[in-house]
Design a protein around this ligand. Structure first.
Ligand SMILES: [Zn+2]
Length: 245
């Protein structure tokens, strides 16, 4: 009954819901973007969600990181997020990993999920996640937020990757100002992209960047191209990625 409203959609149905129940996703970053992304992946019924975040909850997080209340101050975000979501969705498995993503540890910390959802806030961590996803042949949903807007994109081995679009795209640095609701938009977009990739439906944002400007009420879809100077292997479609629509 819980998932009835989405099972009614022909793109999902009973079969798609079962596929989501058996799916595994790793979400990196349980902050402003991670809170809505994790919440909506749980709402969709994704069966196994690993949450990677090394930080503890502090007071400046509470205006947008709605997985945490004042009672979570000082606690590990990975553990607090899993405890909160696990209480609401007892049939789903949430696995906390309270460690910092680095290039050296990415494989161990991320594992081999069907989709990686990146919600981190440093360029260094983004590039480490991007490099692991490309090397491992795993689809990656990427997103970032600053001020009243942000961006989302999807990456696989056949598409342009994050390294391809840097430096032309200026990514958010840690502690940059952000409106909580803008993080909500981007986290929600990332959850939708993840569900589409898991089910092999629609057109994921492979080779595209969707930019959102909340002040001007504007979504812009930008075509991306593989950069010949990119050091990542652009070998072909990911093993785990369903056929593109
Ligand atoms: Zn690349």
């Amino acid at each position: 009954m819980r998932f009835d409203r989405q099972i009614q959609m022909p793109q999902i149905g009973e079969q798609g819901q079962q596929r989501l129940a058996e799916a595994s996703v790793t979400v990196i970053g349980a902050g402003g973007i991670g809170s809505p992304a994790l919440t909506y992946l749980a709402c969709a019924g994704v069966g196994h969600i690993r949450v990677v975040d090394s930080e503890a909850v502090n007071e400046a997080d509470l205006n947008r990181q709605f997985l945490y209340g004042a009672g979570a101050l000082g606690k590990s975000k990975a553990h607090a997020a899993c405890a909160r979501l696990g209480a609401d969705y007892p049939d789903l498995v949430f696995e906390p990993v309270a460690e910092r993503i680095t290039a050296q540890e990415a494989a161990r910390l991320i594992g081999r999920p069907q989709v990686i959802v990146d919600c981190v806030d440093t360029i260094e961590a983004r590039l480490a996640v991007n490099a692991y996803a490309m090397r491992a042949g795993l689809p990656l949903v990427e997103g970032g937020v600053a001020g009243f807007g942000g961006f989302a994109m999807a990456i696989d081995s056949a598409s342009p990757c994050l390294e391809c679009v840097m430096p032309p795209v200026k990514l958010k640095e840690r502690e940059s100002p952000v409106l909580g609701a803008a993080a909500g938009v981007i986290g929600s977009l990332e959850a939708i992209e993840c569900v589409k990739i898991l089910l092999g439906i629609g057109r994921p944002l492979y080779g595209k960047m969707l930019k959102y400007d909340g002040l001007r009420c504007r979504f812009t879809l930008i075509d991306l191209h593989i950069n010949e100077r990119c050091t990542q292997p652009h070998t072909g479609a990911c093993d785990a990625a369903p056929a593109r629509a």
